[in-house]
Ligand binder design. Sequence first.
Ligand code: FE2
Ligand code: FE2
Length: 287
Amino acid sequence: MITSISVAVKDLKGKVLLEPHQDISDWARKTVFTSDYQKKKTKFKESSQLLDDISLIFKKEPYKTILEKWAPNFREWLGEIWAPSIVFDELKAQRLRDPYGYAHTLTIAVVGSRLLELWVTAAPTVKRSFVGLLLHDLGKTRVGSAILDKPGELDSLERQAIHEHPLVGFALNSAYWGDSNHLCAQVALHHHEDRTGGGYPRKIKTNSLILDILAIVDRFDALISERPFRYKKHTVREAFDILKKDTDDGRYEPDVLKALIALVRREKISDRKKMKLGTIGRPPKAT
Ligand SMILES: [Fe+2]
Ligand SMILES: [Fe+2]
């Protein structure tokens, strides 16, 4: 179980947000988060680069078929949502430093939202989730490219850096959104945990439709993507076989996998069971 990070977490300008070896829950409890980062906000429609990059995902196989009916007017759909401007700067920096990670992140956000809409009809919830999915791997931007692009096995220190990235993403999102309970912070923190408690960093059992969707789309996209030095690219059929096996082992939510397969194969999604958002992703209580 990992509860602290071995290096300091800094914002994009180098300001230290979290000291090394500080217990993450303690930090979240004791920190008085401010709205400083939200003094400069940007709407998605103001970031034409990001919207153009998202539109490329709509043309990518095998997502093309999944996305053709989704948000045909996605520019307007996303347009009015805002995020602290620093978040867009983070994405811009990632685009240059780790184009694979950047494209992966956009894919998860778009395909994940498409799947979420099968169960959740409230547009504001899907939009909030889109942003959560988009920022789930913010912590990865602090992992050096020597590790991200390393051919072959990682050593224990390098593996530790990977295992810490959900905590780093949690710290960054908490600070930027001024709230450690913000959906983006919670998604980043828990996105490698699972329902069985076999994930990382804290091995806690999750109960969240957003995380179930994220886990499947994340793995699927990794399996079918080219990572020259890491592993060979799988075909869509092979990727589904791997996911089915892991679903049988209890790692993934069967209904989410069924829905993804049906969408890719242009089949009807029959007898979909009702699923609730669960503990992460519920809209905030009205005050
Ligand atoms: Fe991740
Ligand atoms: Fe990811």
